[in-house]
Every structure is written in structure tokens, then in C-alpha cells.
Design a protein around this ligand. Structure first.
Ligand code: GDP
Ligand code: MG
Ligand code: K
Length: 299
């Protein structure tokens, strides 16, 4: 769906184990759950759930590697997670109001120093503390990082969760509804993959090609005895001249678009990806609603 003023974006939820991340997601998404990914922990951006309303879509993402590493590989994962945090629109750093600031929290805050993404401090489990104890805790956290917002909630009882969602929306950019509102698909990543490719195409051609390009995912398949995911996609443009720009001299541009998109898709899916890209001219594709539906958009 493309709609004037619609907001959408990616929100990473981070925090120590047991602070209430899952409880929060279950409350927010509940019946509306569109995606429950069970990808392995190596996945950089694990999509946990998509919250869709009439005016916004929030895609919640888990970044598994952000915690204190137990070994060398963990060290690498921390770096990967850090770059993932750089790419999201907003970070929710959830902490436990009952336990207060701990070493695990400090470790995460240290990592946050290296990202520019705005961070909300979400203080969970306020149903278990006296309000008087909340203020000193907020001050303590605030002295360690410039949080964009500080929002105390109870994920369990629901206190202030609406406020938090509203604040998240305020921080999201305008964008498409990546996922259908009520649909569980076998390949929920489809729309994001298309968006990755579109983004690279627009970026690499330095917007010589206007935003009228679209990307259709033709297939996503994992062949037997292979750990590679095969993705075939078509970039649709409106004019022959645009097709020329996208393909580039001796195909160099298309190759570059593919290579960069593949890196993102591999991170999203947590597996090796073989990406096959095609370019097609289709005049006035935007007026063809049937085609828009194929693209995953809804009128
Ligand atoms: P996660 O590891 O961060 O995903 O944490 P969970 O969502 O699994 O929650 C850990 C525990 O904290 C569970 O027993 C939850 O019921 C409890 N919990 C989560 N949120 C709250 C809350 O707002 N208040 C209280 N009292 N308990 C909570
Ligand atoms: Mg959990
Ligand atoms: K998607």
C-alpha cells in the first residue's frame, strides 16, 4: 500500500534477558501478529512482529548479538548487531525497573554510544515499583546516555503501552506498508527484500531514475541439499532510458545493485543468497492495480 502520510519503519528491541521484551511484543501484536520468525540466532535482523494500523506500520526487530559476548564469535556478533542498530529507524532499550541498572545494561549502553539511531529508554515492570523509586532510576540512566525519550511501562498490565506506540510512530519516517495488514505469509520477508533492491537501485543511480521504479519478487526458494536461498526479482521501470541506466555499461550497474542488495538479504534471512535480477519496462505500471497487488501493495 502506498498512501500519503503513511509511516513505517524498523524498530529494534534490545535489553537484557527477562526484562520483558517478549511480553511487550505479545501485548502489542497479540492477535495481529503477522510474522513470527524462528530464524537462527545468527540472523542479524530477526523480524519478531509487525504492528499495523491505518496510519503506520512498525516492524519490530531483534538484534541477538548486542549482549555481552561469551566468546570470540560473540565479539563478532556484537559488531554485526551494532551495524544493524545503525540501520534501524529507532531503538527501544528495555530495562527492568525492579532490578535497576546492572552490568548488562551498561554493556549495552556502551554499544549505543556508537550508533546515531535515536534510542528510547523503556523502563518495564513499573507495576512492581513505587513511583518514588522511578525518578532516581531515570536520572541514573539519563546520566549515561542521551535517550530520545524515557517511557516507563508495564508490558504485563499494559500501562503506558499505548503512549509508547504513539511515540514510536512520531519517530518513524513516511514509508510504504511493507507487509499486508492481516496476512501470515510463508515468505514474510518478501516485501522487505523488494524494498532492499529498490533502495539500492535508487541509491546507486543517484536518483537519475525516479521513484517510479518497482521491484517484484518472482520467487524465493531453498533448493534441496543447499543452504543457499535463491531469489529472483524483476526491477520494473517506466521507460527504456531508465532500463539502460539500471543495467549500466556492460551490466555493471545491475551487478552492483545485486551485490549490495544481496548483502542485506543475506543478513535478513541469515543464509547465503543467490540473487537473480531482471529489468523490465512497463509503461504506466502504477495505474495497474492488479500489478500493484502482485507487488504486495494493497489499494
Ligand atoms: P524477555 O527475556 O526480555 O523476552 O522477557 P519476557 O517477556 O520473557 O519476561 C520475563 C519475565 O518477566 C516473565 O515472567 C514476564 O511475565 C515478566 N514480565 C514481563 N513484563 C512484566 C511487567 O511489566 N511486569 C511484571 N511484573 N512482570 C513482567
Ligand atoms: Mg524473550
Ligand atoms: K516483508
Amino acid at each position: 500500500m502506498i498512501q500519503e502520510g503513511y509511516k513505517s519503519g524498523f524498530v529494534a528491541i534490545i535489553g537484557r534477558p527477562n526484562v520483558g521484551k517478549s511480553t511487550f511484543l505479545n501485548r502489542v501484536i497479540g492477535q495481529k501478529i503477522a510474522i513470527m520468525s524462528d530464524k537462527p540466532q545468527t540472523t542479524r535482523n530477526k523480524i519478531q512482529g509487525v504492528y499495523t494500523t491505518d496510519d503506520a506500520q512498525i516492524i519490530f526487530i531483534d538484534t541477538p548479538g548486542i549482549h555481552k559476548p561469551k566468546h570470540k564469535l560473540g565479539d563478532f556478533m556484537v559488531k554485526v548487531a551494532q551495524s544493524a542498530l545503525q540501520e534501524v529507524d529507532l531503538i527501544l532499550f528495555m530495562v527492568n525497573a525492579v532490578e535497576g541498572l546492572g552490568r548488562g545494561d551498561e554493556f549495552i549502553i556502551e554499544r549505543l554510544k556508537h550508533v546515531q539511531t535515536p534510542v528510547f529508554l523503556v523502563i518495564n515492570k513499573i507495576d512492581e515499583v513505587h513511583p518514588d523509586d522511578l525518578l532516581p532510576l531515570i536520572e541514573q540512566y539519563r546520566s549515561l546516555h542521551a535517550f530520545a525519550e524515557v517511557i516507563p511501562i508495564s508490558a504485563l498490565q499494559g500501562n503506558n503501552v499505548e503512549t509508547l506506540l504513539q511515540q514510536i510512530k512520531n519517530y518513524l519516517p513516511e514509508g510504504p506498508q511493507y507487509y499486508p495488514a492481516h496476512q501470515v505469509t510463508d515468505h514474510p520477508e518478501r516485501f522487505i527484500i523488494a524494498e532492499f533492491i529498490r533502495e539500492k537501485a535508487l541509491h546507486l543511480t543517484r536518483e537519475e531514475v525516479p521513484h517510479s521504479i518497482a521491484v517484484v519478487i518472482d520467487s524465493i526458494e531453498r533448493r534441496e541439499n543447499s543452504d543457499t536461498v535463491y531469489v529472483a526479482a524483476t526491477i520494473i521501470v517506466e521507460r527504456d532510458s531508465q532500463k539502460g541506466i539500471i543495467i549500466g555499461k556492460r551490466g555493471q550497474m545491475l551487478k552492483e545493485i545485486g551485490q549490495r542488495a544481496r548483502v542485506d538479504i543475506e543478513a535478513l534471512l541469515g543464509s547465503k543468497v543467490f540473487l537473480e535480477l531482471w529489468v523490465k519496462v512497463q509503461k504506466d505500471w502504477r495505474n495497474k492495480m492488479g500489478q500493484l497487488r502482485d507487488l504486495g501493495y494493497r489499494e
